[in-house]
Structures are given as structure tokens and as C-alpha cells.
Design a protein around this ligand. Structure first.
Ligand code: SF4
Length: 89
């Protein structure tokens, strides 16, 4: 059951306070935080929990590093410059 660990408490280094696992498993558009394995492995079999409750595709979404916002912005600007140059030629 996906809610079986919801009441367990752990300290979040990112937020600087204690919280329950319920938060960690749903914080990212109802998917777990990408740090969930590091933060919870000492509390219960988190890898087994992830494997049981999330598809391979969902796990890729959870654990694939996100591009930093500045990099995304840079990519958008490069694409806009490219389109502008193409429209001029
Ligand atoms: S999994 Fe994410 S939200 Fe949860 S304690 Fe770790 S860093 Fe904080």
C-alpha cells in the first residue's frame, strides 16, 4: 500500500525541519522528491517501496536530474536566436 510509510518522520536537510514521508512521496506533482532514496534508506526499504509503487517511466521522471533554470533559459534563448536567423535568410 502506497500510504504505508506516510506517518514516518525524518529530518529534511533541504527544508531544515522534520516532516513526514507523506510529503516526500508526493512533493513533485504527486511523485517523490528526487532525494527520497538518500533521505529514507535508514528508515525502511525505500528502494523496494519505489520499485513496487512506481513504473520505470515514473522512476525516470523522479530521478533524472532536472536542468538548472539558467540552463533552460539559455536553451530557449539559443532556439529563439536560431529561429530569428533562419527567418532572416
Ligand atoms: S526526500 Fe526530499 S523533501 Fe523529503 S526529506 Fe529528503 S530532501 Fe526533504
Amino acid at each position: 500500500m502506497i500510504t504505508q510509510h506516510d506517518d514516518k518522520e525524518g529530518y529534511c536537510k533541504m527544508l531544515g525541519h522534520f516532516l513526514t514521508f507523506n510529503y516526500c512521496r508526493s512533493v513533485s506533482n504527486n511523485l517523490p522528491c528526487n532525494k527520497v532514496l538518500d533521505c529514507w534508506f535508514q528508515h525502511f526499504a525505500i528502494q523496494e517501496f519505489i520499485d513496487k509503487n512506481y513504473t520505470v517511466e515514473e522512476q525516470e521522471l523522479i530521478f533524472t536530474p532536472q536542468k538548472p533554470k539558467i540552463q533552460s533559459l539559455s536553451d530557449i534563448l539559443k532556439q529563439a536566436q536560431k529561429r530569428l536567423q533562419e527567418s532572416k535568410s
